[in-house]
Design a protein around this ligand. Sequence first.
Ligand code: GLN
Length: 309
Amino acid sequence: MVCRYGDDLKLMIEEVRQYTKEGKVADYIPAISLANKSDVAVAIYDGNDTCFSEGNSNQLFTLQSISKVLTLALALMDHGEEIVFSKVGMEPTGDPFNSIAKLETQVPSKPLNPMINAGALAVSSLIKGSSNDEKLDRLLSFVRELSGNPSISFNKDVAKSEYDTADLNRALLYFMKQHGVISDDIEELLDFYTKQCAIEVNCEDLAKIGYALAHQGEHPDKNYSIVPTEIARLVKTFMVTCGMYNASGEFAIRVGIPAKSGVSGGIVGAVPGSIGIGIYGPALDEKGNSIAGMKLLQLLSAKYRLSIF
Ligand code: GLN
C-alpha cells in the first residue's frame, strides 16, 4: 500500500534496534521478563487502513500502564470529573511510577495523578460493575471498540504472575485504604488491576487506539463517537504531562506527542487530528520506558514534524 511514510520506518527501526542492547526487560513481573529484548516494532494508523507496520509488529504484548489511559477515560465516562478528581489529582510527579513517597507527603493523601500506579489503582476502583468479571468485560468491550479489534482479551499468565508478586501495589492500596481514598477489598481490586494491565494487543491495535484518541474519541473505522470529546481532550493532556512517568518533561521537549508507555515496552501515541502510533520494544530504559521506542518516536516526530508544540 502506498503511504507517505514510505521506507522510512524500516530504516528507523534498524537505526534504533541497537539501543535495545542498553535496555533491560522488566523483571519484577516474571511473565514479562520472558520477552525478547531485541524486538522493536511500530505501526502508524492514518484513518484509511493500518498503512504501516514494521519490525516485530505481530508480536502480542500486554498494555500494562497504557491501560491507565483507558481506565481513566472509562471512569470519567462512568462518573464524571468531579467524582474522579476527588480521588486522584492532576499534577505530574518527579517520582518513579510505583513510588509511595508522595502519598505520604500529600495532604489530603490522594495520588497525584492517574498515570502513576497509586492513581491508576484509585481509578480502577471507580470502574462500574457488580463483579470483577463485569468490570473487565466492560473494559474489554471499550478497548475492542477503540482498537476496532473484537478479539482482544487479557493474558491470564501475565495477570497471575503480576498478582502473585504485586506487594508494592498492595502496599499502595493499603495506604490508600487507610486514608479513605479507596474502600474496596484490596485483593479484589488488585485482581481487577492486574487483569486490566494484562490486556493483550499488538502495535496495530495500539495505533488504532491512539488514532481514536487523536480524533476526539471517534471510532477508528466507523463514524461515531466512543469517548466524549472533552474526555478525549483531558486524557491526552494527562498523556502529555504524565504519560512517560518521570521522563514526561524531556519527552515533551524531544518528541512532543501525547503518549503513554507501559513496562511491557508498549507506547501509544496520539497526534491530535492526525495519526495514531503504536510502538513495541520490551528493552526499557532506567525510567521504565521502551529505550528503542523513545528513540523511534524522536525520529518520527522530527521527520514528520509531529510535535504539538
Ligand atoms: N502492571 C504494572 C505495575 O503496576 C504497570 C506498571 C507500568 O507499566 N509502568 O507495576
